[in-house]
Design a protein around this ligand. Structure first.
Ligand SMILES: Nc1ncnc2c1ncn2[C@@H]1O[C@H](COP(=O)(O)OP(=O)(O)OP(=O)(O)O)[C@@H](O)[C@H]1O
Length: 452
C-alpha cells in the first residue's frame, strides 16, 4: 500500500473511468502536487485524450495565497496541464474558519466541474490525513465516526469527489517528488497550533506516532467495512418495510423493528432526517430511545422535525407542522431542506409555501388514516400566487413554471460512499433523482465501493 514504485499511478487510478475527464484539486502542497503528477502520468499512458484540469482555490486568507496559486499555474504550464485559480471572495467567519473554507472549497470545485461538464474531482488526502481525522474524531466524540474519511463522496448529488491517495503515506509522496526534483508549498497553517489538525499532525510526529498511526488506520478500515455493511442492511430494511403512500408521507410496516434492529435503527435515523428535511442524522441515543418505544407499543412523538405516528395500519412518518417556510420561488433553491425547486420560467410573484388547509381536498386510500394523510400533505410545498393555491407539485401535476423534486436531506450535500446503498434506497422510496453513474468502472449506481 505504501510504496511509490513506477506502477503506482496505474494502481491508484486504474479503477476510475476518466472518459468524461477529471479535475485535480491542487493546493500546491506536497500531496496534491503528487496527485496531479501521478494522474497526468497515468492519463498520458492510458487515455491521452482525457480532459484533465487542475484547480486551485485561493481562499484569500493569507497574503501569499495568490502567489501560491500562481506557482501551481506555472507547474501546470510546465507539464502541459490546464489550470484554473478560483477565488473564495465571500465573507470570512471569525470562528469555524477551517470548516467554512472547506465548504467554500468544495462548492467552488463542484461549480468548476459543472461548468466543464466533468463529474469527477480528485483530492490529495493521504493515509496521514486519514489517521489525523480518525484520532481527532476519537478525541472529540469518544469513538464515534471512527470510519474516518470515505474513499469517495457525492457532492450536491451531482459531483463525485474521490480520494485516491487515502492508502498512501505523505512521506512516500514527498520522496517521489524529491526524486523528480519537484518542489511544493509548505502551508504555514499546517503547523499552526491554534488549529486542531496541525496539533494532531505534530503529535503524530512524536515518539509513539507510528504505532498510533497504524492503530488508527486499522480501526478506520474496520469501522468503514462495518458502516458499509450496516448501510447495506439498512437499505434492505427500507426496501422491505417502507413505502410512500403519498408525497411527504412514509409508512413503515408494523413489524419493521423486529427483524434486524440495528439496521432498522440506522434506517430510521436516515428516514427521520429525510422526512424532516434535516442535513444530519438524529443523535443515535435519542433515536434508540424512540425506537425502543416503537417496539413496545403505540406512540406519537416528534424527532428531527418528523412526527412518528403509530396506527393500526403502520408506523407513519411526516414533517411536523412547525416552522414551514413560505418564500418567493427561486431557481435551484432548497425548500425546507427537503425539496429542490427548479423554475423554467420567471417566478413573477410565485411563492412556495405549505399546502396547509388546501390538503383537505385529498381523500385517503389504502389504509392511510385520513388525519395522517392531511397532516402530511398540509406540510407539503405548493405553489401560491396572491393567496391562491395554484398547484400541489408533489401531486404530480406541477405547474409548468416549476418542478419541486424531493431530496435525500441528510445526503443532499455530502454523501459518503459508505452510505450509497441506503441513500439509493431512500431516493427510490421518495422519488428523488437516482444517483449519477459511479466514476468507478464496473460499479452499479448505488453500489458500495470498498476502495480504501
Ligand atoms: N486551496 C486548495 N485548492 C485546491 N485544492 C485544495 C486546496 N486546499 C486543499 N485542497 C485539496 O484538498 C486536499 C486535502 O486538503 P488539506 O487541507 O489536507 O491539504 P493541504 O495541506 O492544503 O495540501 P496538500 O494535501 O496538497 O499537502 C488537498 O490534497 C487538495 O486536493
Amino acid at each position: 500500500m505504501l510504496d511509490t514504485g513506477p506502477d503506482l499511478s496505474d494502481r491508484l487510478f486504474s479503477d476510475f473511468d476518466f472518459s468524461n475527464g477529471a479535475i485535480a484539486a491542487v493546493s500546491g502542497g506536497s500531496d496534491s502536487t503528487a496527485l496531479l503528477l501521478l494522474l497526468k502520468h497515468h492519463l498520458d499512458r492510458t487515455l491521452p485524450a482525457a480532459r484533465l484540469l487542475a484547480v486551485t482555490i485561493d481562499h484569500e486568507l493569507r497574503p501569499g495565497s495568490a502567489a501560491e496559486a500562481q506557482a501551481v499555474a506555472r507547474l501546470c504550464a510546465e507539464h502541459g496541464i490546464a489550470h484554473r485559480t478560483l477565488i473564495w471572495s465571500g465573507r470570512k467567519p471569525s470562528t469555524g474558519l477551517p470548516a467554512a473554507a472547506r465548504e467554500a472549497r468544495y462548492r467552488l470545485l463542484a461549480e468548476a466541474a459543472e461548468a466543464e461538464g466533468i463529474c469527477l474531482v480528485l483530492t490529495g488526502h493521504t493515509a496521514d490525513d486519514q489517521a489525523e481525522t480518525v484520532l481527532m474524531r476519537q478525541a472529540r466524540d469518544g469513538g464515534r465516526g471512527l470510519a474516518g474519511m470515505a474513499p469517495a463522496m457525492l457532492y450536491d448529488w451531482r459531483t463525485w469527489i474521490a480520494r485516491p491517495l487515502l492508502g498512501t503515506r505523505r512521506a512516500a509522496l514527498r520522496e517521489m517528488l524529491k526524486r523528480r526534483g519537484i518542489g511544493w508549498i509548505e502551508d504555514p497553517t499546517n503547523t499552526n497550533r491554534r488549529f486542531e489538525r496541525p496539533r494532531m499532525r505534530i503529535s503524530l510526529a512524536g515518539g509513539d506516532g507510528e504505532a498510533r498511526f497504524a492503530q488508527a488506520i486499522a480501526k478506520a478500515g474496520q469501522a468503514a467495512a462495518e458502516r458499509e455493511e450496516l448501510g447495506s442492511r439498512a437499505a434492505a430494511v427500507i426496501g422491505a418495510f417502507a413505502s410512500r403512500p403519498a408525497s411527504g408521507l412514509i409508512r413503515l410496516d408494523r413489524d419493521f423493528a423486529n427483524e434486524d434492529s440495528e439496521a432498522a435503527l440506522y434506517a430510521l435515523r436516515i428516514l427521520l432526517a429525510t422526512v424532516g428535511g434535516v442535513s444530519f442524522l438524529v443523535d443515535e441515543a435519542r433515536c434508540r430511545a424512540l425506537f425502543e418505544r416503537l417496539r413496545s407499543g403505540t406512540l406519537c412523538a416528534t424527532l428531527s422535525r418528523t412526527v412518528v405516528d403509530t396506527r393500526r395500519t403502520g408506523i407513519f412518518l411526516y414533517r411536523e407542522a412547525r416552522n414551514l417556510p413560505a418564500v418567493p420561488a427561486e431557481n435551484r433553491a432548497l425548500w425546507d431542506g427537503r425539496r429542490r425547486i427548479t423554475l423554467s420560467d420567471r417566478p413573477d410573484g410565485l411563492v412556495i409555501a405549505p399546502m396547509g388547509a388546501a390538503a383537505k381536498r385529498f381523500a385517503p386510500e389504502g389504509g392511510v388514516p385520513a388525519s395522517v394523510l392531511r397532516m402530511a400533505l398540509a406540510a407539503e410545498p405548493a405553489l401560491w400566487r396572491g393567496g391562491e393555491c395554484l398547484d400541489f407539485a408533489g401531486g404530480g401535476a406541477a405547474a409548468p413554471a416549476a418542478a419541486i423534486v424531493p431530496v435525500v436531506s441528510p445526503f443532499a450535500r455530502f454523501l459518503p460512499s459508505f452510505d450509497l446503498k441506503p441513500a439509493a434506497a431512500v431516493a427510490a422510496l421518495i422519488g428523488a433523482p437516482p444517483l449519477p453513474p459511479s466514476p468507478f468502472r464496473g460499479h452499479d449506481r448505488g453500489g458500495g465501493w470498498a476502495k480504501a
